[in-house]
Design a protein around this ligand. Structure first.
Ligand SMILES: [Zn+2]
Ligand SMILES: [Zn+2]
Length: 252
């Protein structure tokens, strides 16, 4: 997890020296610096896959795709909505919901998320080991379809955007609070904990809270909610929070 939050998102999924970048909402330079800081300078990005067109997921994609000469993969709706950003990238390719694609030795399956964007998705990413990372950022609700797509992943990265009470008492205007809480907004800490309860299984080794709001959440709040769920479930998965500023390296 190179960066996670409303000021930019980027995840490098890799195996050996081959990698795919999921979202590029930080600058191409920051992507490079954070990959180096994570000790992964030897990993080559072979493609960028986008979850949706919002700037915190796409701000750096144009420069990065042009510099590295790699294709950008996204659903037709996202490609269309981001068309001005993607106008002069070397190549774009459409992703279809539920259809796995092979890239950088990994298998990526996009699944529908629930967010106020054109055609947003999360990804299930399968590694050569057979293990999988489930990645869902920016979703207002966890639907049955989402839970099915995220089932039996060894690493679960799920949005834990806000603490409901902090959001309620916080400085955001009412319309923005309503948007965040809506079915096409962002998942709360409690939503992420409910997701963990629905998705827990013996093979689950790590749970990562994503896209923590700097106004309406703290790592402490997010980790407490996920930690309480873990205790109730009696599982011993590691629970961590992805950061806006620091890369987080995680074995799948
Ligand atoms: Zn976002
Ligand atoms: Zn978004």
């Amino acid at each position: 997890m190179l960066a996670s939050g409303s000021r930019g998102n980027a995840v490098l999924a890799y195996s050996g020296t081959r990698g795919v970048l999921v979202d590029c909402g930080i600058s191409a330079r920051q992507v490079r610096l954070r990959i180096e800081a994570a000790g992964l300078a030897g990993v080559r990005i072979e493609a960028v896959a986008l979850t949706h067109e919002h700037a915190d997921h796409t701000a750096g994609v144009r420069v990065l795709a042009r510099t590295l000469e790699v294709p950008v993969l996204a659903t037709p709706g996202t490609l269309h909505a981001a068309s001005s950003t993607l106008a002069d990238v070397p190549e774009t390719a459409p992703l279809r919901l539920g259809d796995a694609i092979r890239v950088a030795g990994l298998s990526l399956t996009p699944f529908r998320s629930s967010h106020d964007a054109a055609e947003p998705v999360g990804f299930r990413i399968s590694f050569p080991s057979g293990r999988a990372l489930g990645y869902l950022s920016d979703s207002g609700v966890l639907t049955d379809e989402t839970l099915e797509a995220l089932a039996a992943c060894e690493v679960l990265a799920v949005e834990a955007n806000h603490d409901l009470e902090m959001l309620e008492r916080g400085p955001y205007p009412a319309f923005l609070k309503a948007r965040i809480r809506s079915a096409v907004g962002h998942l709360s800490n409690d939503d992420a904990a409910a997701g963990l309860a629905a998705l827990a299984h013996d093979g689950l080794n790590t749970v990562i809270g994503l896209h923590l709001s700097e106004q309406n959440n703290t790592p402490h709040h997010a980790l407490s909610a996920l930690g309480r769920a873990r205790e109730r479930l009696g599982i011993d998965a590691r629970v961590v929070a992805a950061s806006q500023h620091e890369p987080l390296v995680c074995a799948v």
